[in-house]
Design a protein around this ligand. Structure first.
Ligand code: A2P
Length: 257
């Protein structure tokens, strides 16, 4: 059996000169857990050129959606940014990843901490009804340099709360905390600093985080993950896996360097 399949691009949206999203058809036999990633890409000189991308779409949706940066000389993204409706996209057959709800112990609060395109995996998770079964409150934090990079704000603050099936749960349980570091905005500062000073919890009306009450999923740049993982471990949080669920899980945002 082939290791990948070919899907057709059905939608493309550019947000800034560095960020865009696209959708493709989805073969119904392509199965995944919300929060996972797959290898996707293009045929270049007869060979597949693939990179890891988290699915933005949820596993109950009949299309695939991905969120990407554009790296000027990136082997894949310099080509991918020119995708048009009707083009082919190669999609690997083996989705995988650590950002899955079953790797976390139950607890009252789940914090989804992302920077940049690390947001992608959490968009899939936000559409998972199990998320709202498992946690009383879910807080999505998205840290970016500039306001224009706070993409999907409309989906998070308008579309999801009005969703036919998930809307009521999202309205009751989901909080959104966008934060910007390089221009004025209502929330400012790096996620690490916001946690260090307890400003994040204070702004949202929660007590300081503890391993008893708080769970974390982290997705962002390597530096952000390294710093946040250390902060959580210093505070006695335990990393979880499917075999041994814990209080946080980590995945890097897949981007070309
Ligand atoms: P900053 O502007 O202070 O560098 P990038 O585009 O470089 O991936 O950054 C996305 C966001 O992540 C930016 O707001 C950036 O803040 C922030 N960031 C970068 N490094 C870290 C880190 N080690 N911990 C937390 N946030 C970080």
């Amino acid at each position: 059996m082939s290791k990948f399949r070919t899907e057709k691009v059905t939608w493309v949206q550019h947000y800034t000169d560095k960020l865009f999203s696209f959708r493709t058809t989805r073969d119904p036999s392509f199965r995944f857990e919300n929060g996972q990633f797959a290898m996707i890409g293009l045929m270049v000189e007869g060979k597949p050129l693939l990179r890891a991308y988290s699915m933005v779409s949820a596993n109950h949706e009949d299309f695939l959606e991905f969120y990407s940066i554009k790296v000027p000389n990136g082997p894949l993204t310099s080509r991918l940014q020119h995708l048009k409706v009707g083009d082919d996209l190669v999609v690997g057959n083996k989705p995988t990843g650590t950002l899955v709800l079953d790797s976390l112990e139950n607890g009252p609060r789940l914090w989804l901490l992302s920077t940049g395109t690390g947001l992608a995996a959490f968009l899939s998770i936000l559409k998972d009804p199990n998320l709202y079964e498992k946690f009383d409150k879910v807080i999505l934090v998205h840290g970016c340099r500039e306001v224009a990079e706070l993409t999907y704000e409309d989906f998070i603050t308008r579309e999801l709360p009005e969703h036919e099936f998930l809307g009521e749960l999202a309205r009751e349980k989901l909080l959104y905390y966008p934060t910007v570091t390089r221009e004025p905005f209502r929330n400012q500062g790096r996620i690490t600093d916001l946690i260090d000073t307890h400003k994040l919890e204070a702004d949202l009306g929660f007590p300081p985080i503890t391993p008893a009450n708080d769970r974390f999923m982290l997705c962002g740049s390597e530096a952000m993950l390294r710093d946040l993982k250390k902060m959580l471990e210093d505070r006695q949080f335990k990393e979880g896996s499917l075999e041994d669920p814990g209080q946080f899980v980590v995945e890097k945002a897949f981007a070309e360097r």
